[in-house]
Design a protein around this ligand. Sequence first.
Ligand code: CAA
Length: 246
Amino acid sequence: MARVALVTGGMGGLGEAICIKMVALGYKVVTTYSPSNKTHESWLATMKDQGYNFTAYPCDVSDFDSAATCIAAVERDIGPVDVLVNNAGITRDMTFKKMDKVNWDAVMKTNLDSVFNMTKPVADGMVDRGWGRIINISSVNGQKGAFGQTNYSAAKAGVHGFTKALALEVARKGVTVNTISPGYIGTKMVMEIPKDVLDSKIIPQIPMARLGKPEEVAGLVAYLASDEAAFLTGANIAINGGQHMS
Ligand code: CAA
């Protein structure tokens, strides 16, 4: 029977590529969209026209109860979640001098609390069934820090702390937990960086001298979700064109 893969934030640049890759591999792919997102129906229709059938549920990943309600609906309608990809995330970039609590909290809740909120309702089931994959999308900026991203870098670094701790707890239960740390990928999030900053400050830091492609990250997600990756857990895999080597 096809495994169920749940990808949060599947309608963003990275999430969409992950959904497409996973459905092509035969997973039943479920994604979430923010309850305030009014474009989910047109996205689903566009995907369907391209031959991709996804199911989408409203979910505020930053809210514990909303996440629990979403997972309950997915399990009722589709089945237990075998692969969870915690991909949803936001930026609120500004120097620390300008950073206020609203923008600190928004990023911590959406990028870090969300990982707890979404993993909590699925982890026990994975352990009970003896198979599961939790894949957390972090960032090169959680590894090295980034100008204007005290909030984002802190949340993304926290994601990998979560990965390592949970990986230990479920290691003997057939469940792996890993972090992927993409560098600058050609998504809307990165394209929102002022062009002069991107061209003068960021691209020159990337030895490959280009942005990554969403499909390149999706391929790594697919590998981590596979049976072949059963011995790989607690890792933080960098995919950043050589920008940061640890
Ligand atoms: N490194 C070093 N110095 C920098 C810098 C950088 N990356 N960016 C800006 N500066 C310097 C500027 O040159 C400027 O210097 P002077 O005062 O000497 O002229 C000073 O900092 C102020 O810069 P700005 O005018 O840009 O300040 P601002 O308040 O208008 O904007 C900012 C600050 C919002 C952080 C803006 O610089 C910015 O958007 N930077 C990009 C942040 C970034 O990389 N975000 C990543 C988003 S994508 C993502 O997060 C996905 C992922 O996981 C990789």
